[in-house]
Design a protein around this ligand. Sequence first.
Ligand SMILES: NC(=O)c1ccc[n+]([C@@H]2O[C@H](COP(=O)([O-])OP(=O)(O)OC[C@H]3O[C@@H](n4cnc5c(N)ncnc54)[C@H](O)[C@@H]3O)[C@@H](O)[C@H]2O)c1
Length: 455
Amino acid sequence: MKPSTSPRPLSAALQDRTESVTVWGAGYIGLSAACALAGAGFPCTVLDTDGNRVGQINAGVVPLPGFEDVIPLAQARSGGRLRAASPEDTAAVAARVHLVCVNTDRDGRPVTGPLTEVLTAIAGARTGGETLIALESTVSLRWLDELVPAALGAAPASDPSLHLVAAPRRDWMLSPEMNLRTLPRVVGTARPESLPLARELYEAISEVVHPAPDWRHAGLTKPVENLYRYLDLVLTNQLAEAYPGLDVPEVLRLAGTKWNVPTFHPSIGIGGYCIPLSPRFAVDGAGEDTGGPGAAEDGLLPLVAAAMAWDGDHPARVAESILRIADGPIGILGLSYAPNARIVEGSPARRLAEHLLARGADVLLHDPYFTPEEITSLTGARPLSWPDDLGGLGTLVAVTPHDLYGDLPARLAALADPPAVVDNLGSYGATLRGTAVRYAEWGTPATRPAAEPRP
Ligand SMILES: NC(=O)c1ccc[n+]([C@@H]2O[C@H](COP(=O)([O-])OP(=O)(O)OC[C@H]3O[C@@H](n4cnc5c(N)ncnc54)[C@H](O)[C@@H]3O)[C@@H](O)[C@H]2O)c1
């Protein structure tokens, strides 16, 4: 290793915000972090293997449909402090400060490839001086303990030149107000000496920073907070299965009037990549502190293991229920799990379409954020032409309440023979209930017809 030629201590350069920061990954997490850092005064380079994303950012275009108004790219670029590049950009790879924001999941499973690649590249470019690496990507404890030291070829807790930080993100990306500036930030470091540097960096972009005892505590916070939500949502869906004769959404609305109970709604599936993956990240590394075998399958976290097993069968159960009440071609509105965004990861509509098709149903699907060709290649379903095909459907499953579908009730009311509607989240109940359109909110008795009598 050659000695660092940088004349300034990292702490001083972070303090006056002259230090260049390299952000790995130009997804929502990386790009929003880079914009925030550039806005706070740091020269910032975003690296991504996706050439399209790099090109679009350098042309001033947010490469994430639906997030154009949420990520302040134009503002960040106007100061001249933000650029994008490929991971071959040697100057950016050799920076002293790195934010790692690459994806740590693919097709509904945790993946280690991108994180390993990035850490290996950073390690290869180190010249012996101080390096700060902040992990914003979701990680498991096992990864912190094993993958990160192996990829860096260094011991995080004892290498004095290395400042390793876990700074998980908890944005609700569909709400402009709930972002990395406004949401309290949990930050922990592998060595206590690194904490002041991490605080310097994160207090520049987040209003509230909660220091964790170390980076393991910080890293585990993210899977754990999402795990609570996952377990609540699985329980919600279990309640709908357990009481087919009751209006379970109404029970949950009533339960939600208690001061410490949130209001949940049963659904055709838990979507996205944070909540459904949280149990996998949370169990990976459990029990290792005690020298035990670890992991849920060895008996730790049995509640989590049971929830994952039940939830794994949920799409098949949902498809069976829908087929019991369906009649004619089945239309699905919404592929993205969240409204007004293009996110196919963890799409419950996709799982439903696959299960319905596997059972021989005729399935059409529409989402304004995906082309007809993408709809078919991603789900196998026929593209549904909105709104022209509505009249030809027997059943319509309204999965994602995109704004485009706001006039769905009026469109259905205007049809001579409208399809029966299964409403995933109860979004259209206020306007459709009690009209000529047959309407069933998911989790009510209408979506749970009596099972075949037992022989
Ligand atoms: N999106 C959220 O709301 C959210 C919230 C909390 C945490 N997270 C976590 O943050 C991380 C990133 O999430 P995201 O939504 O931005 O992901 P994303 O998939 O949209 O973006 C990741 C980017 O990393 C790039 N990439 C992959 N390998 C690379 C490499 N070797 N070098 C450079 N770039 C590479 C990909 O091309 C992609 O553009 C994940 O771990 C996710 O779990 C996301």
